[in-house]
Design a binder for this molecule. Structure first.
Ligand SMILES: C[S@@+](CC[C@H](N)C(=O)[O-])C[C@H]1O[C@@H](n2cnc3c(N)ncnc32)[C@H](O)[C@@H]1O
Length: 318
């Protein structure tokens, strides 16, 4: 539990933790204190590119996404003095759609993503048709997406999918001389690998369905609970549509009547680990409250909200 508290606290001055926000998508002009155009980098790694880009363009705001905490720590050291940069630790496939409103991003850049070419890893790939749907929504009119990669088939496949999804190809270059080179780019150039860069432009706006969108409320349920049923929750799986809930553990508090329930929930491909608490409203009462543990801060996606409801219903059944 202590470890969870650590990851939930704001560790870095330039870090944004959208799970703590009351309302999503985020008003980025409020975060930056100006209305400058926003550029997003997905998978900033050690942050060299983001740093150079932001220094060269103080008239723009930059938001970087990473999933690696180690990268986050390294990158944060580079950008902590830059007012126009913020970093977010979240899967960008989720974050780009949920944290940015329609027509709010001028450009999205992705440098040297892992192509996840094995069938078994395909579901980790960032550039899939749904990604272009998100781009078609969050990019401003004429907004752009730039991909740099050393994997030829990935660059070409991205270009084809972009065209199918209604984007205009501005340029596709082999071994471009890019002004700012990333760490991976420098490495691949040294090893004599070819580099491909693709620039596409948005020409058509699409509406997307956001998982959250709106007030980011704390879900909770009240229910008549049969306490004996709580231990039966262990390893229980609940499924409905794209939502899956797996109960990974149930722990009884040593100092009161509360139980802590460890849950993994999935919305499509987006998975979150968190804790729920269940406790009687009054000591000895059969009326219980089931809600998110205060140390847990998952995004309140449909699966997270449903986990509270479905567990309350399960515990109430005779
Ligand atoms: C091969 S590294 C490239 C790093 C850097 N862009 C460069 O060119 O030096 C790919 C980076 O993307 C990050 N990444 C992978 N999937 C991601 C996702 N879904 N959202 C955000 N970052 C992701 C990884 O953690 C890793 O740091």
């Amino acid at each position: 539990m202590q470890e969870m508290e650590k990851t939930n606290s704001v560790l870095f001055s330039r870090e944004v933790k959208p799970s703590l926000f009351d309302y999503l998508p985020i008003d980025w002009s409020n975060i930056f204190g100006n209305n400058n155009g926003v550029i997003v980098e997905i998978g900033f790694g050690s942050g060299e590119y983001l740093q150079s880009y932001a220094v060269k363009h103080p008239e723009k705001n930059f938001v970087g996404f990473e999933v690696s905490i180690t990268s986050m720590k390294k990158a944060h050291k580079r950008i902590e003095n830059l007012d126009n940069v913020r970093l977010v630790i979240t899967d960008a496939r989720f974050g780009l759609r949920e944290f940015f409103g329609p027509k709010s991003v001028e450009k999205v850049v992705m440098n040297f993503p892992i192509p996840w070419d094995k069938k078994s890893h395909e579901r980790r790939r960032v550039i899939v048709p749904e990604f272009f749907e998100t781009l078609s929504n969050v990019l401003v009119d004429d907004g752009t997406f730039e991909l740099a990669t050393d994997v030829e088939w990935y660059a070409k496949q991205t270009m084809e999918t972009a065209k199918e999804m209604g984007f205009e190809v501005v340029e596709f270059l082999e071994n471009p001389d890019r002004e700012i080179k990333t760490r991976y780019e420098q490495k691949w150039i040294k090893y004599g690998r070819n580099i491909y860069s693709l620039l596409i432009r948005k020409v058509k706006h699409l509406e997307v369905e956001r998982l959250i969108g709106g007030r980011h409320e704390m879900p909770h349920a009240r229910s008549v609970v049969i306490e004996e049923k709580i231990s039966l929750l262990n390893n229980k799986i609940f499924k409905e549509g794209k939502k899956v809930i797996v109960v990974k553990g149930v722990y009884k508090s040593t100092h009161n009547d509360a139980y802590v329930i460890k849950v993994i929930s999935t919305d499509g491909e987006f998975q979150q680990h968190y804790y729920l608490v269940a406790y009687p409203e009054e000591p000895g009462s059969r009326e219980w409250i089931i809600k998110l543990d205060s140390a847990s801060n998952p995004y309140r996606t449909p699966a997270v909200k449903w986990s509270v409801q479905v567990l309350a219903e399960f515990l109430a059944q005779e």
